[in-house]
Structures are given as C-alpha cells and as structure tokens.
Design a protein around this ligand. Structure first.
Ligand code: SF4
Length: 455
C-alpha cells in the first residue's frame, strides 16, 4: 500500500493577496495621491476635486507608450493591454520618484498612495486590477504600498473602511461625475470645431483656454455657481471660432473602454488622427459609458430580485437596483444641466446620451444583454444603430481582451454580412505597431471619403 506523505513546508495564507494598509485620515496631509484616469482631461478635472478638498495630488499624466513596457515587465503574464498600460504608468511613476527625488522605497511607501480603477467586469480582468497594482508594487520592492480603488457603486461590497483619508463617498462620486461630464463637454467641442477650423492652432489654443476656465471654476468651493458661468463663456468661445463650410465624412469609434476613451498613445491618438486626415469623428462620452455601467448592473440583478430566497434578500437587491436607478438619473441630470449652459448646438456639437433600453433592444436578437465583460451588447447595438448614419465605423480592441475581441467581434461579422455597404473596421491596440494600425485606419477613411464625395 502506498502512503502519501504530508509536505514538509506549507505556505500559509498563499491566497490572501498583498496587504493594503489603511491610509488613516490623520495622515492626510503627509501623503500625496498619485492618480491618472485613462484620459488627460478627466485627470485634470479630478485634480480640481483633490486640490479643493485639501489633498496633496500628483497627476501622472497621459499614459505613454513606454508605460506599457513597464507593465509587461512587472505585471502578470497574459494580462490585457489596458492592465499593462495602467499598472505600467503606476510603477514607472514610483521608479521615477525614487530616481529623481532621491527617496528610499520605504519613504515612498510612507508618503504616497495610488488611486486607481478596478471593479467587477465578468469574464474580463478589470476585477483583478487592484491586486495587480499591489502585486507589482510589492514585487518591485515597495512593500505594503497602499492602493485605493475608485468604486462607483453607491452600495459598497465590502464597505469603505472607517477612518480612511479617502473614500468613494456620495459627494466624491457626484464630483467624479461632474469631472467626467466637463471632460466630455470639452471633447464634444474638440470633435465639432477642429475638423472645420480655419486656423487649427488657434482652435487648439481656444480649447485649452476653455479647459483652464472650467478647471478654475470647478476648483472653486462655490463651483455650482462658478461652473455654469464658465461653461456659458466656454460655449461662446467655441462658437466664435471661424470655420469652413464643407462636408466631411463622419466616423464613429467604439470598442473596449480603455482603448476607446484613452485618446492618447493607448489608442494611437485615434480621434486626433481621424481629424487630421480630414474627417469628422463623433465624440465618445464617458458619461454615456458610465450610464451603461449602471444600466448593466440593473439588468444583471433583476434575476436576483426575482429569485431571492427571503424578503430580506429581496429588499437588499431592490435597494441595489434603486441605487443604480438613482445613479442613472444623476448622470443624466448632471450632463443635461451643464450642457444647457455650454449649449453644444451653437458650435455644431454632436454629443448624445442614448436611451439604453432602446439601443439594447436593437442588439437583443444577436447578443444577450446579460453577457458581461467589456462593452457587452453595446458594441453590437451601436453597429446596428450607426450602420446607415455614419461613413465609417471603427471598433478598437486591446491586445489580449477576451470579451471585446473574442466575443463582440465574432458577432460583428454577422452584422457586417447583413449590411455589405457598412464601412466597418476592427483594430487591435497593443501599445506598439502604430504604423500598421494607422495605415489600416487610413484605408478605411479613404473609403469613407469616397462615400461622401463619390466623384
Ligand atoms: S474589457 Fe478586455 S481589455 Fe478591458 S479590462 Fe476587460 S479584459 Fe481587459
């Protein structure tokens, strides 16, 4: 008879993950928040929030192509490209602080925290981003580095720790929403005026002035008064930019959230490229993406209400769904309220917040709305909605993304076969390979121009 010997060494707590000590509120002033969102303007407006609320804050800036190499070097194998970009920017920043400011690793751990994204995302990797940040920091020698996650849920599971110097409280989430809406409004202006501006440089400078105006207004403690005034002035400035009257092909870009919204190296600055090539691009609104996030959670938890085992459980899920409804209402209110002062129509802005029930109904026969991950049914719904409204449709996928490349693109082939004239292009972003990708985009834009000016 064979006997099995117990192993001599058993590692304890091997699945426990890395420690993430509390950033106590009494240490608020001693610590600097490192932060950047996937797009520069959103980081800028978040800076206004942090500064107004007495945080020391350092914007890590735009995600740069070299960051992805840091992510690949230090990160777990087989992650997706956005994970490499975000974790790479983070660890790159820690190395830079160590090198340029002469601090030891212990001092850096003591004096800095990182605020990043992470959450539930079904089959995708977004849920493991927080552990990935901690894993990278610890492997690089920054033992016990503190990572704080922006969790947009109003009902928190688990709840935010008590005495933390930073929590995703309701006032924070509200101002986070405002920051996103402000960045979206400037982006709407950029997409509307740049392709037609008589003097492109002057138009870029005006956009920068508008950004500064909104930033100062949002940093003001009375921002609910100063922001509408600033938005009114910014809208007027954009409307005054001299423009050519010409017809340009209209392009829509969608895809995985990071690759779609990064508007920098992470998507080869795709929208600016499309504008430079002489086309108009529809704006991408993160407010709309946030709306989808809340809508998706409501849809997902409907069965939880229906099949609850007790009244208590049913009430819990009903409360969850009501909170998501409240979040949807808040996002829509903030967008439309500020847009009323900005008045995007005066300069030809095309920023739209769709009715997600209607949009989702289009995709229903092809993609179940309960399938999680990436953009879920929305990419398919958008293809069906825009196929006869735009001259070109691009969907952007990060390298290594299962839900967006593997699932959505599989269904997109069905949509293309239904509409043979649909000018559709799917591209994969990996941080390098820029020339190849942009040449494919150029060919697609050429077809779009032929559609607009057939002679
Ligand atoms: S949707 Fe794709 S690329 Fe985005 S976090 Fe999930 S797996 Fe990564």
């Amino acid at each position: 008879m064979t006997t099995v010997k117990a192993p001599k060494y058993i590692r304890e707590n091997q699945w426990a993950g890395h420690p993430n000590p509390l950033w106590h509120r009494r240490d608020k002033k001693k610590v600097t928040v490192l932060y950047n969102m996937f797009e520069q303007r959103k980081s800028l407006f978040m800076r206004a929030y942090f500064e107004r609320n007495g945080y020391n804050y350092r914007d890590l800036g735009r995600h740069k192509a070299e960051d992805v190499y840091y992510g690949r070097e230090w990160g777990t194998r087989m992650m997706c490209n956005p994970a490499y970009f975000t974790s790479g920017t983070f660890i790159h920043a820690l190395f830079e602080i160590e090198k340029k400011e002469g601090l030891t690793k212990e001092q850096i751990v003591d004096r800095f925290v990182f605020v990043g994204g992470g959450g539930d995302c079904g089959p995708c990797r977004f849920g493991i981003y927080p552990q990935e940040y901690m894993h990278i920091a610890n492997d690089a020698g920054f033992m016990g580095f503190r990572v704080l996650i922006v969790n947009p849920d109003i009902v928190k599971i688990p709840p935010d720790p008590k005495n933390s110097a930073f929590t995703c409280s309701i006032p924070f989430l509200l101002q986070f929403t405002i920051a996103i809406v402000l960045a979206d409004l400037i982006h709407i202006g950029e997409c509307a005026v740049l392709p037609y501006a008589k003097d492109r440089e002057a138009a870029i400078n005006t956009l920068k002035e508008c950004e500064d105006l909104l930033f100062k207004a949002f940093r003001n403690p009375f921002f609910m008064v100063t922001l509408p005034i600033a938005l009114y002035k910014a809208g007027k400035k954009l409307a005054a930019i001299p423009r050519d009257k010409k017809k340009l092909p209209l392009i829509f870009v969608t895809g995985e959230v990071f690759s779609n919204y990064a508007n920098g190296d992470a998507n080869y600055n795709l929208r600016r490229f499309i504008i430079d090539e002489g086309c108009e691009v529809l704006p991408c609104l993160f407010s709309h993406r946030s709306l989808y996030e809340c809508w998706r959670k409501k849809v997902l938890h409907r069965p939880s209400i229906k099949f609850s085992k007790s009244i208590k459980e049913k009430l819990y899920w009903m409360n969850f769904a009501n909170m998501e409804t409240l979040a949807i209402g808040t996002i829509l209110f903030v967008f439309h309220f500020f847009n009323m002062f900005f008045n995007q129509k005066q300069f030809g802005g095309k920023g739209t917040m769709h009715n997600l029930n209607k949009l989702s109904a289009l995709a229903e026969p092809y993609y179940d709305k309960r399938i999680l991950g990436g953009e879920g049914n929305m990419e398919i719904a958008e293809a069906l909605y825009y196929h006869d409204k735009v001259d070109g449709f691009i969907t952007v996928k990060p390298f290594g993304c299962m839900p967006s490349s593997g699932v959505s693109d599989g269904v997109q082939s069905k949509i293309i076969s239904m509409y043979p004239d649909f000018n559709f292009l799917s591209i994969e972003t990996s941080g390098d390979n820029e020339v190849n990708i942009l040449s494919r985009v150029s060919m697609m834009l050429f077809k779009a121009k032929q559609k607009t000016h057939p002679e």
